[in-house]
Design a protein around this ligand. Structure first.
Ligand code: ADP
Ligand code: MG
Length: 700
């Protein structure tokens, strides 16, 4: 149950004076997260100013800069009201030692205005000064007040993100009312952190941000703002920690093994594991050997060699008599993994099967039977692996590849199957550390650095589209020399709205040059067609494959050595990096051609420059975060990774790690959030809408 201390904040904003149903609807549209219809008082309070107007600047009339907001101290001289029925404005003439100014009002109520600005008074007026026919004027001053009441002037005014149909005044009034409803909360942040960071308490922080006395008081870097960002991070990290606790609660099994299968596997590999691979493998095997469940993320750049690490882990599981499932996001990848793993498994006597949505009828039934009986030790597949109809004999290890497409809920779903398998998640998106904590804060992390030995650096060039002819010539020479080449286009068909080059069209033109040596694969093809196209490319039957971004995820054709990316300026850095990672996988010298359309935006130019400068995925990820924001990098929409309402990863990233540690420590001391601080943290969770986390506690 939500603590009653939150009742006022969770009341509808219509409970605030001056907020009727119509205003409430407009405000809700502005302040609610997507999918929420009706704003509560809390949502209004979380609607923080995006900037401030500084009225502290006092100048004389003569010195007032054109169009800037200033505050003047003036002597009111006289009022001039237009005859009734004309469209002339009313003018209040005022002066100071430097000159005159007209305070201009359109259709004012005369008695009101006379009371506001009585002739003979010394007044402060604040607003924009403009010059009209060489004379200074201020149209509808934002504030006027007698000099004696100067302290009542809101000299630093918060500016809010706005929406049509809502006046700043109405919003301001509603927020002021909302602030008056703020209760006093028990502190939920660890005292040492509040002290070290100089955080004000929660309510104080909100009051300060909405009523800044200086522009710095509403700045994202100020302690009050950081406090709220920390609160938001903490709520999210406690949630992840609760998921972790829940997942760990299911007793795992000891998957130690005797090393026998692994030894044979190593002996049959055509290469030696790199030091980095051995290191992460040790971390994984150590987890698996513990009775506690493994919940581990293996982070490694494209081509870093994660698959073989997973294979070794699956062999270890098999040594302990347990089955493993390797889950991948697409059919192509499933087949590809299966094709490369099958010979390695057969060589050491491991039985492996492929299960996808395409298996039907008797074939599927036979596979399911082999899985249920335990005859099959390793199962590779897509989501179909976790359908209700799939029964495992003894699932000990679940490996999830290219994890950025799965969210935390889906992760938990996997673990419901069977006997709480150890979980190894692999991602090829080199995510900045902060985002790892955001998206995978519930997991332990292994980082697989570097690339297998013998790899050549990839030469990257950026070429404007009007030189495409040269690139086609070069492609021709390359394939004549036996090279293979990816040609990536962003969209399948020319749409009216976009002038992106269609893959279909490019395929046709390249065919005119190179005939049957050109293949095509795109997202709208039937799965069998896609496989056939990829297989033809892999076998060398085709030497150029024109593709949409379906090749982005994990496709492995080690002897492809050139990738041409059309409209490279439209791709984000992470995507370009993923695409480039399709080449440079073997020992050949590889190259990447970024074809771009001019003119380039500054941002696009920066992306292309960084691509030429580095191949380091982690560096590219940091730059991508900087250039694009966190959303696109993770593919937030698919993955269900949350975005934040208050916190900004570009400003507050440093707080995330502290929040993670704080959250985990809290739960080790107080797993059920029963202590005084635990109760306060429950309030925090409700405050940030983490009701699902609360359910996890109760389920425990
Ligand atoms: P990713 O991490 O992107 O999944 P893969 O596991 O697909 O990378 O590995 C990329 C390529 O590198 C594969 O062809 C694989 O066989 C090869 N590879 C993996 N480990 C090594 C190694 N230690 N030495 C040489 N080649 C390796
Ligand atoms: Mg892979």
């Amino acid at each position: 149950m939500r603590p009653s201390v939150l009742d006022t904040l969770f009341a509808s904003i219509t409970s605030l004076p001056g907020v009727g149903p119509k205003v409430a609807a407009t405000i809700s549209g502005l302040v609610c997260p997507p999918g929420v219809e009706e704003a509560r008082v809390r949502d209004l309070l979380f609607h923080l100013p995006s900037s401030t107007i500084d009225r502290r600047k006092r100048v004389t009339i003569a010195d007032a800069p054109e169009g800037e907001i200033v505050t003047l101290q003036v002597h009111i001289d006289r009022a001039q009201f237009p005859p009734k029925g004309t469209s002339q404005p009313a003018r209040i003439y005022a002066y100071d030692a430097s000159g005159d100014i007209a305070l201009t009002y359109f259709r004012p109520q005369q008695s009101w205005l006379e009371k506001q600005l009585p002739p003979g008074e010394e007044m402060l007026v604040s607003g924009k000064v403009e010059h009209f026919n060489g004379r200074a004027q201020m149209v509808h001053p934002d504030f006027v007040a007698p000099v004696a009441e100067a302290e009542h002037l809101p000299l630093v005014e918060p500016v809010y993100p706005m929406t049509a149909g809502l006046s700043a005044k109405t919003l301001r009034k509603a927020i002021t009312e909302a602030l008056s409803r703020l209760p006093q909360f028990e502190e939920w942040i660890e005292p040492s952190i509040t002290k070290r960071q100089g955080f004000p308490d929660f309510s104080e922080a909100l009051l300060q941000l909405h009523n800044p006395e200086t522009p710095l008081d509403a700045d994202p870097a100020c302690p009050a703002f950081r406090r709220l960002a920390y609160d938001e991070f903490l709520a999210s990290q406690v949630t992840l920690a609760l998921y972790r606790q829940q997942a760990k609660k299911l007793k795992g099994r000891v998957l130690g093994g005797n090393g026998e299968l692994r030894a044979r596997m190593l002996a049959s590999l055509p290469f030696q594991l790199t030091d980095a691979q051995q290191h992460v493998l040790r971390e994984i095997l150590a987890d698996m050997a513990l009775p506690e469940r493994m919940i581990r993320l293996l982070q490694g750049d494209v081509g870093a060699g994660k698959t073989v690490v997973a294979l070794m882990a699956m062999a270890a599981a098999a040594e302990s008599g347990a089955q493993s499932a390797l889950l991948v996001p697409t059919e192509i990848l499933a087949r590809q993994h299966f094709a490369s793993l099958e010979p390695l498994c057969l060589a050491v006597g491991l039985s492996i099967t492929l299960l996808t949505g395409r298996d039907t009828g008797q074939e599927r039934a036979a596979k399911l039977k082999a899985i249920a009986s335990g005859q099959t030790q390793i199962i590779v597949g897509t989501h179909a692996l976790f359908q209700e109809s799939v029964d495992y004999h003894n699932l000990g290890l679940a490996v999830v590849d290219e994890q950025h497409r799965f969210g935390v809920h889906q992760r938990l779903e996997l673990t419901r199957k069977g006997q709480a398998p150890d979980l190894l998640v692999m991602t090829a998106t080199p995510i900045p550390r902060t985002l790892v904590l955001t998206a995978f804060g519930d997991m332990d992390v292994s980082r697989l650095g570097g690339k297998p030995a013998g790899r050549q650096p990839i030469t990257t060039v950026a070429v404007p589209m009007d030189r495409i002819g040269e690139i086609v010539d070069r492609a021709g020479r390359a394939i004549a020399e036996g090279e293979k080449l990816y040609w990536v286009c962003p969209l399948v068909e020319e749409s009216e709205k976009s002038d992106l080059t269609a893959a279909q069209e490019r395929y046709e033109t390249l065919k005119q040059f190179f005939g049957d040596q050109v293949g095509l694969v795109h997202g709208q093809m039937a799965a069998e067609e896609k496989d056939a196209a990829m297989a033809a490319f892999k076998s060398g039957q085709t030497r150029i494959i024109v593709a949409t971004t379906v090749v982005e995820v994990g496709v492995d054709v080690p002897d492809a050595s050139i990738i041409v990316i059309e409209h490279a300026e439209r791709f984000g850095l992470s995507q370009l990096h993923q695409l480039r990672g399709r080449v440079g996988r073997g020992s050949k010298q590889s190259s990447c051609v970024l074809l771009y359309k001019t003119p380039l935006t500054a941002n696009a130019r920066a992306r292309l420059a960084i691509m030429r400068e580095t191949e380091d995925g982690f560096r590219l990820a940091e730059e991508d975060l900087r250039l694009r924001g966190e959303g696109d990098l993770l593919g937030t929409r698919q993955s269900g990774v949350q975005s934040f309402r208050i916190a900004r990863l570009d400003v507050h990233a440093d707080l995330m790690e502290a929040a993670r540690d704080d959250a985990r420590l809290l739960l080790t001391r107080d797993a059920e959030l029963q202590s005084e601080r635990g109760q306060a943290v429950r309030t925090l969770l409700y405050l940030f809408g983490k009701d699902d986390a609360i359910r996890l506690i109760r389920a425990g």
